[in-house]
Design a protein around this ligand. Sequence first.
Ligand SMILES: NC(=O)c1ccc[n+]([C@@H]2O[C@H](COP(=O)([O-])OP(=O)(O)OC[C@H]3O[C@@H](n4cnc5c(N)ncnc54)[C@H](OP(=O)(O)O)[C@@H]3O)[C@@H](O)[C@H]2O)c1
Length: 255
Amino acid sequence: MIKLPTTPSMRLDNRRAFVTGASRGIGLGAAVALAEAGAYVVLAARSSAELAQVVDAIRARGGACEAVEVDVTDVGRVTQIIENYAAFDILVNNAGTNRPGPMHEMTLEDFDAVMNLNVRAAYFVAKAVVKKMQLKGRGGSIINTSSQMGHVGGIDRTIYSASKHAIEGLTRALAIELGKDKIRVNTICPTFIRTPMTEKTFANPALVEWIHSKIKLGRIGEIEDVMGAFVFLASDAAAMMTGSSLMIDGGWTAG
Ligand SMILES: NC(=O)c1ccc[n+]([C@@H]2O[C@H](COP(=O)([O-])OP(=O)(O)OC[C@H]3O[C@@H](n4cnc5c(N)ncnc54)[C@H](OP(=O)(O)O)[C@@H]3O)[C@@H](O)[C@H]2O)c1
């Protein structure tokens, strides 16, 4: 009998994950998926009431998790919180925001709000998690929730697109830096997904028409469309992937 290769496991038992922006939307989907794959998940966001509901629901399905209330833009506080936890094996840097609009309407406050959360907070959360991953010495997986807008531009998305292109650059540079520690760093790049963040966009018929004209699969994305990608990138099945971007864009960036 010939010796067949073994498909690497996508189970995440005995791994610890930290997921930011886990109280709703894509981060909630990531937390659920990682917990179902066996990881112990720490869910972070600002709203403790929303987090508590998610934690209860994950536990009811048999997952192991806890919540931590934190504003990740408070770099000192979130660093201290991560410092107080045992090392994580998986980080999902997902908390993010958008202030869509034409450039002439954008303010310094809009720019700083998007950049502070989407780039600055993601950078320093990764820094804190990586420090303990390196000390533990068993590698890890960092998954940054980027966007298709990290690869192309979009209507009313100058600041957002700049922030997601920044995350793509951070991911590649960090992948180079952390390869020696077997810490993999990748992005997930969704198209428009139905979440609280995109409610206003989907209420605008002109934007919906634009979105449908770009998504080759002919529909808007749902949270379920991104969940498996988090498990894959966190798992041994993606052991040779680092510095990569996983497009979940229904073909938007294909042309
Ligand atoms: N939805 C899409 O179409 C889409 C497409 C591509 C990429 N993305 C990216 O996916 C990520 C999640 O988007 P989403 O649509 O799921 O957004 P969402 O529905 O608005 O959820 C955002 C999450 O981030 C948390 N959050 C916001 N500010 C925070 C802060 N300062 N500190 C800690 N947590 C904070 C929110 O909880 P609290 O408000 O309670 O803190 C919430 O859990 C973002 O990075 C976004 O750019 C989204």
